[in-house]
Design a protein around this ligand. Structure first.
Ligand code: C2E
Ligand code: MG
Ligand code: MG
Ligand code: MG
Length: 288
């Protein structure tokens, strides 16, 4: 009897594995189709400097999958699978091209763009890959993107596997003039020592640290320390996921440089982003 049970366990196990393999193949197929049929679109979420009134500073490009049957699929759902299957390389290159093409259009339409940036997320896998570095250079060249207006967002996990190589790559990007930001700071494997070894220009503090802030509470104190730490290392502090006016006010009090979140702007399509840039120019531009 016990042998029989054992067999059942084996067959159930194998069946699950088969299902998983099947699911992964299915995912790979629909992902490749999506690449071919241009189902990936970008939206752009504005970022604002907050210490001198509220100034638009740039946009983060975020990918969306418009799946013919499933509708809008969130990147939180498919990025991990794309990383697992290696398809992330194709996706990040596509996002890089689309974001640079969008930004080059913006630059043509509005001179106001010269002081703004476009921020792109790069999967942790890429930082140590030399072909990706080359691809970045080629793409910004092709679309004529000023180096200082390109920001790359990397999560802390990018530094875990080969910290020395990752640090060297960051230095190369810095030398090129590309601005690197550490994304989702505080959620990863980060030891504080990392911050010292990675010459990033800004630290994006994860949304989970912003969610609970109230004037003077522990969360606000923790945030204050992170911001001071960033400034102490000559890095800019960026807060993500700012949803309320109160959070914004606290962040201003704590000397946070830049914020991003639903309160000031949701991720939006290209046309809306361009409208925001030109309206912004009207508000802040020289009087006629
Ligand atoms: P992330 O880089 O930390 O991007 C910020 C995420 O927070 C975005 O989710 C954005 O829509 C969301 N968000 C912004 N403001 C608020 C807010 O006030 N409240 C709340 N609740 N959420 C807010 P999204 O677009 O679903 O992206 C999730 C993650 O997927 C990103 O996190 C990033 O790690 C990854 N991702 C997105 N696009 C790309 C891409 O093109 N390439 C790569 N490699 N990863 C990407
Ligand atoms: Mg990001
Ligand atoms: Mg983030
Ligand atoms: Mg995040």
């Amino acid at each position: 009897r016990s042998k029989q049970r054992g067999n059942n366990v084996v067959s159930i196990f194998t069946k699950t594995m088969l299902n998983q393999t099947h699911d992964i193949l299915k995912f790979e197929n629909s992902f490749r189709t999506a690449l071919q049929e241009d189902q990936f679109k970008l939206v752009f979420q504005p970022q604002f400097r907050i210490q001198n009134g509220i100034e638009l500073s740039g946009f983060e490009a975020l990918v969306r999958w418009h799946h013919p049957d499933r509708g809008m699929v969130s990147p939180a759902e498919f990025i991990p699978l794309a990383e697992e299957t290696g398809l992330i390389v194709e996706l990040d290159r596509l996002v890089m091209r689309k974001a640079c093409s969008m930004w080059s259009d913006c630059l043509k339409v509005s001179g106001a763009c010269e002081n703004l940036h476009i921020s792109i997320n790069l999967s942790a896998k890429h930082i140590t890959e030399s072909s990706m570095m080359r691809y970045i250079e080629e793409t910004i060249d092709k679309y004529n993107i000023p180096l200082q207006s390109l920001y790359l967002e990397l999560t802390e996990s990018a530094f875990v596997n080969d910290p020395e190589l990752a640090a060297a790559r960051l230095k190369t990007l810095n030398k090129l003039g590309v601005h690197c930001a550490i994304d989702d700071f505080g959620t990863g494997y980060s030891s504080l020592a990392y911050l010292n070894n990675f010459p990033a220009r800004s630290v994006k503090i994860d949304r989970s640290f912003i969610m609970g802030i109230k004037p003077g509470n522990d969360c606000a104190k923790l945030l204050e320390s992170i911001i001071k730490l960033a400034h102490g290392l000559n890095m800019e502090a960026v807060a993500e996921g700012v949803e309320t006016e109160q959070q914004l006010e606290i962040l201003r009090e704590l000397n946070c440089d830049t914020v991003q979140g639903f309160y000031l702007g949701r991720p939006m399509p290209k046309e809306e982003a361009q409208k925001l840039i030109s309206d912004y120019k009207k508000i802040n531009g020289p009087e006629e």
